[in-house]
Design a protein around this ligand. Structure first.
Ligand code: ZN
Length: 151
């Protein structure tokens, strides 16, 4: 039997030192609430709502029929969402990347999953999940995640 190739493990990226902690926190605290998928229409509405609130341009949403990753891409100005990512908190995660990546609005502040991004993500989650920002930030800090002051 032929074995598959080993998947290369990314070298630790000092600039994105919190990514794994953020993913773990999401899995432990947010994933259990992933009960109601959102429609393409709702995704479009949420993108417009948060982009207008932060005064950044809209990305186009590309809905994929399959795939393992969701991502935002400034180059092609799109959010790419496979079916598993059609959940509000995944969209909020990608929107936080999109919004903080707007160099005209937030020059030099894109820190991947760093404290500034976490601050924005907590704000978006608080609005989207109708929770207090401070309780979300407290959970993040309890999980060893650094969060900057509100933007
Ligand atoms: Zn991310």
């Amino acid at each position: 039997m032929r074995r598959g190739k080993a998947i290369p493990v990314p070298v630790a990226n000092a600039r994105d030192y919190q990514r794994k902690r953020v993913y773990t926190w999401e899995d432990e605290t947010l994933r259990p609430t992933w009960e109601s998928p959102i429609s393409e229409l709702e995704a479009g509405f949420l993108v417009r709502f948060y982009c207008e609130r932060h005064r950044v341009g809209y990305p186009r949403i590309r809905f994929r029929s399959s795939g393992r990753n969701a991502w935002s891409c400034r180059g092609s100005a799109e959010l790419v969402l496979p079916p598993w990512a059609m959940v509000d908190v995944v969209l909020y995660h990608e929107l936080a990347h999109w919004i903080i990546g707007d160099q005209a609005r937030y020059p030099g502040l894109d820190d991947s999953h760093g404290p500034i991004w976490c601050s924005l993500y907590a704000e978006i989650l608080a609005t989207g999940l109708a929770r207090s920002r401070s309780s979300i930030v407290a959970e993040m800090i309890d999980s060893g995640i650094e969060v900057a002051d509100p933007l």
